[in-house]
Design a protein around this ligand. Structure first.
Ligand code: URP
Ligand code: ZN
Ligand code: ZN
Ligand code: ZN
Length: 458
């Protein structure tokens, strides 16, 4: 199969020009201002952007969590990702403390069989001992070159300081990066208990139970351990200026640290958790939605590239029956805001169209940096000869509305219900195969492949 995309405005993290792209088999074989090549399928992309397939470096699809399971399957989540322009997902494999990492990895991997887009995993480390270390080595050998740790969720995924130290030491030895959820779990537990004892039980208390200082302390803590071990670390879902500052200070000390922020924190503020009739529960995640003033800091840090990547932390729980488990006790609301389908369109509309970031930064943050940091580049994350033909033909003239009524995500609400978007993917290819056409999923489930990744040996 060959595919010729003509006359598109090709935008990568560093380039912006009008040209043609020829895809042969699964890869890009030619790029030029004008190609006369013959192809099985020709698409005219005049007036459209052509972006590299977007990468979401932080999603949850299979997730046993807080007494329930996240709603999506790979069938639903990968379709949602693709119609939203995301061609590669990196899922957090999250074993419980009592689970074996290797068994968990195999379970998570088996869930992805029907994925329509490409995928990889970060392997969660929820305890550390000799046996775990041996299994982690094996998982890295199988091409999973990143760990995930939680400094939050006491008694569930959270690890103690000795385990943190040993996990980072192993990561340094193996040359894998450690992604981390940074919040001080003791402070969270104490603040939650205090609020509940004062009968402050609604979703609007989520922010007060995990204020910016709690996140900044988690980040500072991780930075100190990274400094002592030399490990490379990546702060997931960084939500506030205090946490950004902790990374900046660490950078000045020579710590190898990267920052991810997720789309909900850029555009939603804590007032959403105050919605009446318990609707605020739809907006409960950790770290929580913040005071709106933090959004300016996030956009500025994205512009300056202190924030490398914009992910989602897609964690879909229905309002009915799942978020509702926390009526009368906000600490029991399953955490997460689904957005795998909407990330790219929201970042484009509220970032590029509002003049907050330029097109190259948009591509860099939503695709290229994730590929670079996690060992997928240049196979993914850019448009160049030899790269996978993962392409997004994006229509900047589209005007539409986000709504649960038309979404692919298998969850009973959309956190951005009624929001206007100013552009959307029209055609999306995964390794040369058209999976989205006319902005609809037309592809094949199971086309997605596991992307194995090599450690960096830093
Ligand atoms: O609220 C969140 N973030 N839910 C998913 C689990 C996690 O912490 O990433
Ligand atoms: Zn997290
Ligand atoms: Zn500390
Ligand atoms: Zn997460």
């Amino acid at each position: 199969m060959s595919l010729l995309i003509k006359n598109g405005r090709i935008v990568t993290a560093s380039d912006d020009f009008v040209g043609d792209i020829l895809c042969e088999g699964e890869v890009i074989s030619k790029i030029a201002p004008h190609l006369d090549a013959k192809a099985d399928e020709v698409i005219d992309a005049a007036g459209k952007y052509v972006f590299p397939g977007f990468i979401d470096p932080h999603v949850h699809i299979y997730l046993p969590f807080m007494g329930t399971y996240a709603k999506d399957t790979y069938e639903t989540a990968s379709r949602a990702a693709l119609v939203g322009g995301t061609t590669t997902l990196i899922e957090m494999c999250c074993p419980a403390r009592s689970d074996d990492p290797l068994e968990s990895y195999e379970l998570w991997l088996s869930r992805a069989e029907l994925s329509a887009c490409d995928y990889s995993f970060h392997i969660g480390v929820s305890r550390f001992d000799d046996e775990t270390a041996g299994q982690l080595r094996e998982i890295v050998r199988r091409g999973i070159a990143s760990f995930k740790i939680f400094l939050a969720y006491k008694g569930a995924f959270g690890i103690n300081d000795q385990e943190l130290f040993n996990t980072l030491k192993l990561a340094k030895e193996l040359g894998v990066i450690v992604t981390a959820h940074c919040e001080n779990e003791t402070l969270v537990a104490e603040l939650q208990a205090r609020l509940l004892s004062e009968e402050k039980t609604g979703p609007e208390w989520q922010n007060e139970s995990r204020p910016p200082q709690v996140e900044a302390e988690g980040v500072h803590h991780l930075m100190t351990f990274a400094e002592m071990t030399g490990a490379h670390v990546y702060c997931v879902h960084t939500s506030c200026r205090e946490a950004l500052k902790a990374v900046q200070e660490a950078h000045l000390r020579g710590v190898h640290a990267w920052v991810e922020s997720v789309i909900p924190h850029f555009v939603l503020d804590k007032s959403y958790t105050e919605k009446p009739e318990f609707e605020g529960a739809k907006y409960v995640m950790s770290p929580p939605l913040r005071d709106a003033s933090h959004q300016d800091a996030l956009w500025a840090a994205l512009r300056s590239r202190l924030i490398s990547t914009v992910g989602t932390d897609h964690a879909p729980f229905d309002f009915v029956g799942q978020k509702e488990m926390g009526r009368g006790d906000f600490t029991k609301i399953p955490n997460g805001i689904p957005s795998v389908e909407d990330r790219v369109n929201i970042l484009y509309t509220h970032g590029v169209c509002r003049g907050r970031i330029d097109l190259n930064t948009f591509v860099d943050a939503a695709s290229t940096q994730a590929a670079r940091i996690f060992g997928l580049y240049p196979r993914k994350g850019t448009i160049q000869v030899g790269s996978d033909a993962d392409l997004v033909i994006y229509d900047p003239d589209y005007r539409g509305t986000l709504t649960v009524a038309t979404q692919e995500m298998a969850v009973d609400y959309n956190a951005f219900e009624g929001w206007k978007i100013e552009g959307r993917p029209e055609v999306v290819t995964v390794r040369g195969k058209v999976q989205v056409q006319g902005s609809k999923f037309v592809g094949e489930l199971g086309h997605g492949q596991l992307m194995t990744r090599e450690p960096s040996h830093f």
